[in-house]
Design a binder for this molecule. Structure first.
Ligand code: 1HN
Length: 346
């Protein structure tokens, strides 16, 4: 059925110029490019960012650039398939490793893109989001959803490093990305991670319609890990031991555009994740994994990050024979589902 469509070179040059002068373009030479057969063109390449090589360069950034000159001291994990200057991990996902040194403060602002942070290293830092002071510990997930004030501080003694995951590429593409600077926030009492940390029971005030669109801003790793271990023990046949970070009041994804998950690989387990439309990011919290993504075979160890394009199956092999491995995953599923383009091709 497939036949060649006419090319731009097939048209008289003066005709093409006449079109261009009137801001007109013929569709047929570009039709297959924007609408390829069966599977989309993806610029997102399987890419691995080992922590061991990234960390010294991030620490060096701390020496080279004072926080006042950076506001946020971040090395962006850029996918070469998109071009490094685009600062994209995938079509919709931005990733960055951020460093905060003891005593430093990253001032309050808010912006339209949604963010989360996955804490990688160090103790004593905190993020204040919408007045809620969220302590940062390894493996914790902290939300800074669209429009909420947030700032970072550090009362500890060692560098603190975390992985930022934002939907910035999409929000920027939509021409809706901007920020507003603010004053230091007044910390208010109470924390969602305490109020909502026990699955199945929620504060009764929920039924009086909470005023907060994002009632839970901090998801402690100790709770997520315990949930995974309980899930694995309760169903020994369950292959994909995975939990989704949700909004505890609505039961839907924690944020609107990107989805966040924690996955446990049992000792020695090989897990094949089906080919689905969303691109995804894998970050190792504990353990080590062989990740087979398209033609790449990455060995990802604790604190490493890698990404996979959409429409590709991914095989994860736990390289630990005697221990579970734990991963944090971010993907574009909520976006794809809302837009009606989500696919699972098995
Ligand atoms: C941002 O606000 C933070 O608040 C981190 O820590 C990374 C990347 C792009 C745009 C805003 C933060 C960001 C960011």
């Amino acid at each position: 059925m497939s036949h060649e469509l006419g090319r731009l070179e097939d048209l008289p040059k003066d005709y093409v110029q006449d079109l261009r002068d009137l801001n007109l373009v013929p569709l047929w030479p570009s039709l297959r490019g924007v609408l390829p057969p069966n599977i989309p063109n993806r610029q997102t390449q399987a890419t691995h960012w080992p922590y061991q090589t990234l960390r010294p360069l991030l620490i060096k950034a701390g020496e080279l650039t004072p926080i006042e000159k950076a506001e946020r001291r971040v090395l962006v994990l850029a996918n070469p398939g998109h071009g490094l200057e685009k600062m994209q991990a995938s079509a919709a996902i931005y990733l960055g490793m951020q460093l905060l040194m003891p005593g430093e403060w990253a001032p309050s602002h808010r912006h339209t893109p949604n963010a989360v942070r996955m804490i990688v290293e160090g103790e004593g830092a905190y993020t204040t989001v919408d007045g809620e002071k969220c302590p940062m510990s390894r493996g914790d997930l902290i939300l800074t959803p669209t429009g909420l004030w947030h700032e970072h501080g550090h009362d500890g003694t060692e560098p603190v490093i975390w992985l930022d995951v934002l939907d910035l590429p999409l929000v920027y593409y939509m021409e809706t990305s901007y920020h507003v600077n603010g004053d230091r926030q007044t910390v208010v009492p109470g924390r969602g991670d305490k109020q909502y940390a026990h699955g199945g029971v929620v504060p009764t005030k929920v039924f009086e319609r909470s005023k907060k669109a994002y009632p839970m801003l901090r998801y402690a790793w100790s709770d997520a890990k315990a949930a995974l271990e309980t899930l694995a023990a309760d169903d020994e046949l369950l292959e994909q031991v995975q939990v989704t970070y949700t909004n505890p009041e609505t039961g839907t994804d924690a944020e609107n555009i990107l989805g966040f998950y924690a996955l446990m690989l049992r000792p020695g387990q090989t897990l094949r994740l089906p080919a689905r439309s969303p691109a995804q990011v894998f970050h190792v919290i504990e353990g080590s994994v062989k990740a087979q993504i398209t033609n790449s075979n990455f060995t990802i160890v604790a604190a490493d990050t890698c990404c996979a394009p959409g429409y590709e199956a991914v095989t994860l092999v736990n390289l630990q024979q005697d221990k579970a491995t734990f991963l944090f995953i971010a993907d574009e599923s909520p976006l794809h589902r809302k837009l009606g383009v989500y696919e699972n091709r098995g």
